[in-house]
Design a protein around this ligand. Structure first.
Ligand code: SF4
Length: 266
C-alpha cells in the first residue's frame, strides 16, 4: 500500500508540478521501477535545487533545460496565438523578487513570425514605464541597428532574459533569470526565428547555459533552442563605448548573411 506523503512534501510536490505546468510541461513519468513514494520525493529534492543562488549552479544543464528542448514547430498562423497563450500563462507574475519594483511586465514586442529575434538582458526605466522592450536611448540605437540591416523594428521580435526591471538596472540574479527565462524559451519556440542576436553577456549566458567572456563568443554562430545564435554587444554598452560599433556591425553582418539580407544602399 502506498505511504501517504506528509503535508509539507505534498505542498512541495504541488508547487513543483505547478512550476512545470507554467513552463508548458504537463506529462510526468516515473523513472524505472522505483516505488511511487521514492519517485515523488525525488521530485521534491529537485524542487529544493530549483532555486540556487550561485550562477555556476543555476547555469548547469538541469531539469529545466532538459525539459525545455525545442518543441514541435507551430504553424506560422499559430505563432501569435502561441505568444498570447504564453502571456496568459505568465499572468501578473510574482514568481521572482523582481515583481516587487516593476510598473509593467515587459513581455516582448514585434512580429510573431519574425525571422530575426533580438534578446537583451532586462527592462530599464523607460521600458518599465511603457511595458515595451528597448524604447529608451539604447532602444533607439537598436532601432538604428535594425534599420542598418535593411529591416524595420516591426519585422523583428525583441525580448529580454527577465521581463521585470531589476532595481537600479543591476544584472538579474541567477535565480531571477532562471525563473523568468523559461517563458522566453517558450517565446523562441513559438516564434521559431531563423536567427537570434543576443545583446550582451547576460543574454548570451542564459541562452547558451554557460558563462564565457563576450569576446570569446562573438564572431561565430552558436545555437540556442535549435536556432542560430549570434552574440554581440548590448546597445547600452555601445552608447558608452561607440568605438565598438564597428565590431557590432560585423556581428550584425554575420546575422544578415545567415538571413540572406543585404544592407540598404545609402
Ligand atoms: Fe515573473 Fe519574470 Fe517578472 Fe520575475 S522577472 S516576476 S519571473 S515576469
Amino acid at each position: 500500500m502506498a505511504t501517504r506523503l506528509s503535508a509539507e512534501t505534498e505542498l512541495a510536490v504541488r508547487a513543483r508540478i505547478g512550476y512545470f505546468r507554467d513552463l508548458g510541461v504537463f506529462d510526468f513519468y516515473r523513472r524505472g521501477s522505483a516505488p511511487a513514494e521514492i519517485e515523488t520525493i525525488s521530485v521534491t529534492e529537485e524542487d529544493s535545487a530549483a532555486a540556487p543562488s550561485a550562477l555556476e549552479t543555476t547555469l548547469k544543464p538541469t531539469t529545466t533545460s532538459a525539459l525545455l528542448e525545442p518543441k514541435t514547430p507551430a504553424a506560422p498562423g499559430d505563432r501569435a496565438a502561441a505568444l498570447a497563450a504564453i502571456r496568459d500563462d505568465l499572468g501578473p507574475c510574482t514568481r521572482c523578487a523582481l515583481h516587487k519594483g516593476r510598473h509593467n511586465i515587459v513581455f516582448g514586442d514585434g512580429d510573431a513570425n519574425a525571422r530575426l529575434m533580438f534578446i537583451g538582458e532586462g527592462p530599464g526605466a523607460d521600458e518599465d514605464a511603457q511595458g515595451l522592450p528597448f524604447v529608451g536611448r539604447a532602444g533607439q540605437l537598436l532601432n538604428n541597428m535594425i534599420n542598418a540591416m535593411g529591416l524595420r523594428r516591426d519585422q523583428v521580435y525583441i525580448a529580454n532574459i527577465v521581463k521585470c526591471r531589476p532595481p537600479q538596472n543591476r544584472v538579474p540574479e541567477p535565480e531571477e533569470a532562471n525563473t523568468c527565462s523559461p517563458f522566453l524559451f517558450r517565446q523562441i519556440d513559438a516564434i521559431q526565428p531563423e536567427v537570434i542576436v543576443a545583446l550582451g553577456a547576460t543574454a548570451a549566458t542564459y541562452l547558451l547555459g554557460a558563462k564565457s567572456p563576450l569576446a570569446a563568443l562573438r564572431g561565430r554562430i552558436h545555437h540556442a533552442r535549435g536556432v542560430k545564435l549570434i552574440i554581440t554587444y548590448h546597445p547600452a554598452y555601445l552608447l558608452r563605448d561607440p568605438r565598438q560599433k564597428k565590431e557590432a556591425w560585423a556581428d550584425l553582418q554575420l546575422a544578415m548573411a545567415e538571413l540572406g539580407l543585404q544592407a540598404p544602399a545609402k
